[in-house]
Design a protein around this ligand. Structure first.
Ligand code: BES
Ligand code: MN
Ligand code: ZN
Length: 519
């Protein structure tokens, strides 16, 4: 299968080898918490080895808790060199583990395999759902962003240096090859599941790469180039770019206003996947603020660097459209990437400016830091105009999203059915989303004294105010809005299959949504 050169570097195969016999550098096995200690979750390892591990668990510091990974010498009974124990926590009442638990444990393990050339994963994988979860988790965890590390500094490890490996613990490449051990290795459905997992992980990794790319390199024009590069050689995908001049003359007043403070002009990129006989037509609109300084309503310096991630919605959309095409889903999907850099400057928009969004509605810009909703308005009107069955938008839209739901759970708002459909897709994909209301009663919050609508209102309900603003531009068209402000960028340490920095959140939910519409 064709593999992206950026994004996914790990090769994955299904295999039915016995875990004791696989000649890999590392063998990954799961542990679990039980009422009387730790259990090693394997019916194929020798019983004396299991007993030994379970007895020594306290000395090894192994508890079986989630996100706990320990590496120990494999010993003479295993062909592998290192045994990696990854925790699943407690069993569910029915004795099994939730698929998301498997996904996370697999990813937590592969994060610790960086720098290795081969590993085998012997987690529960005896049905399609388990194989999907383990393969996805393993590949999602096998991620590194080393582009900016120079090879010259740091390590004293001559072996690493000779191999040209990058320095330091954080500079290693992900494990090169993974074998997922499953009795179903020849099963056609299982093989398809593994291929889908590869395409999905490549898409998530590509979105992470874009988010992690420094904003001096990734700006609207280069993001548009990245979209073209991602779609190159992908059948039935066409990329069209509107540049700053075309946007201004075409009436895209939102992108134009937000982008005018920067020397790097805005772009609207359409990424259209058009299969022969689609069962549905879906629009995905993504916020692509390549850097959000706040503009004239400038943000405080502390933490401003994280605003390189303000294009995570557009990155998720681009990756999703490409993945849908690679999977050959019978759904026509058009991505609208709303790209601009929000900067203060002599030509920047001011608080009190009134601008005209594509389609004619006017906006009073009370706060130039509420820029996402302004560029999204152009994208949403354009998407509705193009006649899709359903419009989804995804954006790092509000700090209020994090106040409401924290940094791990995204929000979804919209028309009732579509909102619930997105929530169900997120549940199936293993991403945390929670439904939020769009109360009619709060519409007065975004009333303008001079224009059709104001771009900001009182602090309370900030996420809902932003959602209501977007709703103004979609009317009653079937629609959902995904606010991923917190989950898009992990400012803390890595956990389970989630690295620090860009997370690629939203790709799995959007792709699962499209798969649902494909039926
Ligand atoms: N990009 C930010 C939202 C954001 C904040 C994303 C933190 C990720 C982490 C957005 O453009 C913004 O600045 N929103 C303002 C809106 C306000 C001025 C109405 C906010 O949330 O403070
Ligand atoms: Mn902002
Ligand atoms: Zn923003």
């Amino acid at each position: 299968m064709p593999r992206d050169t950026i994004g996914l570097v790990t090769d994955v195969t299904l295999s039915s080898k016995n875990p004791t016999a696989v000649k890999a550098e590392a063998l990954v096995v799961a542990t679990a918490q039980t009422s009387d200690g730790v259990a090693v979750v394997s019916d194929q390892l020798p019983t004396d080895l299991l007993t030994q591990l379970e007895t020594l668990a306290p000395q090894l510091g192994v508890t079986g808790a989630r996100d706990e990974v320990r590496k120990i010498p494999a010993g003479p009974q295993l062909a592998a060199e290192v045994l990696v124990l990854t925790g699943l926590g407690e069993r569910a009442e029915d004795g099994t583990f939730a698929t998301e638990t498997l996904r996370r444990a697999a990813g937590a393990a592969t994060r610790e395999l960086a720098g290795l050339s081969s590993a085998a994963i012997a987690l529960p994988a005896s049905d399609d759902d388990e194989i999907i979860a383990v393969t996805e988790g393993a590949l999602l965890g096998a991620y590194a962003f080393n582009r900016y590390r120079s090879a010259a500094t740091g390590t004293k490890d001559t072996k690493d240096a000779a191999k040209g490996a990058r320095n330091g613990k954080n500079g290693k490449d992900p494990v090169a090859a993974l074998e997922i051990l499953t009795p179903l290795h020849k099963n056609a459905k299982a093989k398809l599941a593994a291929e889908r997992a590869e395409i999905l992980a490549a898409a998530v990794h590509a979105a992470r790469d874009l988010v992690n790319t420094a904003p001096n390199e990734l700006y609207p024009a280069t993001f548009a180039d990245a979209a073209k590069a991602a779609a190159k050689d992908v059948k039935q995908v066409k990329v069209t770019v509107l540049d700053d001049k075309q946007l201004a003359s075409g009436g895209y007043g939102g992108l134009t206003a937000v982008g005018q403070g920067s020397s790097r002009g805005p772009r609207l990129v359409k990424v259209a996947y058009t299969p022969a006989r689609p069962n549905a037509k879906v629009a995905l609109v993504g916020k692509g603020i390549t850097f959000d300084s706040g503009g004239i309503s400038i943000k405080p310096a502390a933490g401003m660097d994280a605003m390189k991630s303000d294009m995570a919605g557009a990155a998720a959309v681009l990756s999703t459209v490409v993945a849908a095409a690679k999977l050959g889903l019978p759904v026509a999907v058009t991505g609208y990437l709303c790209l601009a850099e929000n900067m203060p400057g002599g030509n920047a928009q001011r608080p009190a400016d009134v601008i005209t969004i594509y389609g004619g509605k006017t906006v009073e810009v009370l706060n130039t830091d509420a820029e996402g909703r302004i560029v999204m308005a152009d994208g949403l009107v354009s998407a509705v105009e193009d006649g899709h069955d359903v419009v989804l938008d995804i954006a790092t839209l509000t700090g209020a999203q994090m106040v409401a739901l924290g940094s791990r759970t995204s929000a979804v708002m919209g028309t009732d059915e579509v909102r619930d459909e997105v929530k169900a897709a997120a549940d199936a994909a293993g991403e945390l989303f929670w439904p939020m209301p769009l109360p009619e009663e709060l519409k007065s919050n975004i009333k303008s004294k001079v224009a059709d609508v104001a771009n900001s209102g009182p602090r309370w309900g900030g996420m809902l105010n932003a959602g209501l603003f977007l709703q103004t531009f979609v009317g009653d068209h079937p629609w959902a809005h995904l606010d991923i402000a917190g989950p898009a960028f992990n400012e803390g340490g890595a956990h389970d299959y989630t690295p620090g920095g860009g997370t690629g959140v939203g790709v799995r939910t959007l792709l699962t949504f499209l798969e649902g519409r494909a039926k």
